[in-house]
Design a protein around this ligand. Structure first.
Ligand code: BG6
Length: 331
């Protein structure tokens, strides 16, 4: 099944007059610039939106209708530019090396709905999900000469959690392996970056992209933000918390199969230099990007890799009026 559909009832349906109209869990509609997007509707009004362009989540809303992801007011919804915000997928490379464009091409290709994905173990409580697929075009094969199937499932859980599961398979028929790096380039919406703290990365080693990728060790304190940051944390824990004091909200980021985590905020100067980003918008976003960067992933023909991201947003008053990040991170 490609997408969540209302469950069918085993008993005869009640007369039409008694039937409760249930909204569809899934709908394909036209979005900005005529690009198609899938809208997922979960329990209690939770919502997510995914553009086929980039296979990119551009909206995730909680049961109060609050947007949890950042999307720039200047985002360009027109190929070949990647959409600025939401969750771009960086594949087959993170960063810029060699012939491939920065962060690879998956984020600016048209994905399609996968009507017949191979089975993926699912939580039966998840009704709202969609499966997308990306395969290389003839043009893609010229810049990255490997045949692959990239399957992405985006799902809204019963409590409004958002999960993205990527399955990448090497379908080369000439016996060749391929290697890639990867990231879920997640843009979180925050009230004020100077009131945000990230927990879970303290004491970790990182490569600092602002210092020629030199390796450092983070100090023992939670990460706070006073200037531009662009770091790749290595072998980061599977849970990271983003605590937004002003909003009294904590995002819990859970990652599987993705050892690293990038933390990025362009701050004022770089923000001004970006055509598709508002000058002051850096104050209201933070990227925390579960990734596989330091060690690339290699797949032999026929092999498949899986990498999963799960996001939840919990009130910071979670633990009896006092957030205990350790409980959130270990829970
Ligand atoms: C981050 C990188 O993940 O993405 C930064 O660490 C980069 O170095 C940023 O500037 C934005 O990249 P892009 O290609 O979307 O402008």
């Amino acid at each position: 099944m490609a997408a969540g559909a209302p469950p069918s009832s085993p008993s005869p349906p009640p007369p039409a007059s008694q039937q409760q109209q249930q909204p569809p869990f899934y709908e394909l509609v036209k979005g900005s610039s005529g690009l198609e997007k899938v809208q997922l509707r979960g329990a209690r009004g939770c919502f997510a939106e995914i553009y086929l362009y980039g296979g990119q989540v551009t909206s995730w809303k909680n049961d109060h209708g609050e947007e949890l992801l950042f999307i720039s007011s200047k985002a360009i919804f027109k190929p070949p530019k990647a959409i600025r915000g939401g969750i771009p997928i960086c594949f087959p490379q993170f960063g810029a090396h060699g012939n491939l464009e920065q962060h690879g091409f998956a984020r600016n290709r048209l994905w399609t709905i996968d009507d017949n994905p191979p089975p993926l173990p699912v939580n039966p409580a998840i009704k709202a999900f969609v499966d997308l697929i990306l395969k290389p075009s003839e043009e893609d094969l010229k810049i990255w000469p490997h045949s692959f199937e990239f399957r992405l499932r985006v799902a809204l859980g019963p409590t409004g959690d958002l999960s993205l599961t990527s399955r990448i398979r090497n379908t080369n028929t000439d016996g060749r392996s391929f290697s890639y790096t990867f990231a879920y380039h997640t843009y979180f919406s925050v009230s004020d970056i100077s009131e945000v703290r990230v927990e879970g990365l303290e004491t970790m080693d990182y490569l600092d992209n602002l210092k020629g990728k030199e390796r450092f060790t983070e100090q023992g304190d939670a990460i706070v933000f006073e200037s531009e940051i662009d770091k790749v944390y290595l072998a980061a824990p599977s849970k990271i918390a983003i605590i937004d004091h002003e909003k009294k909200r904590t995002f819990v980021v859970t990652k599987e199969g993705l050892p690293d985590a990038v933390v990025w905020n362009p701050w004022d100067k770089k923000a001004k230099a970006m055509q598709d980003f508002g000058d002051g918008e850096y104050k209201h976003m933070l990227c925390v990007e579960p990734a596989a960067i330091e060690k690339s992933i290699t797949l032999k023909p026929g092999e498949e890799w899986k990498g999963r991201l799960a996001l939840s947003a919990v009130p910071s008053s979670y633990c009896s009026g006092q957030l205990d990040p350790l409980k959130v991170l270990q829970g």
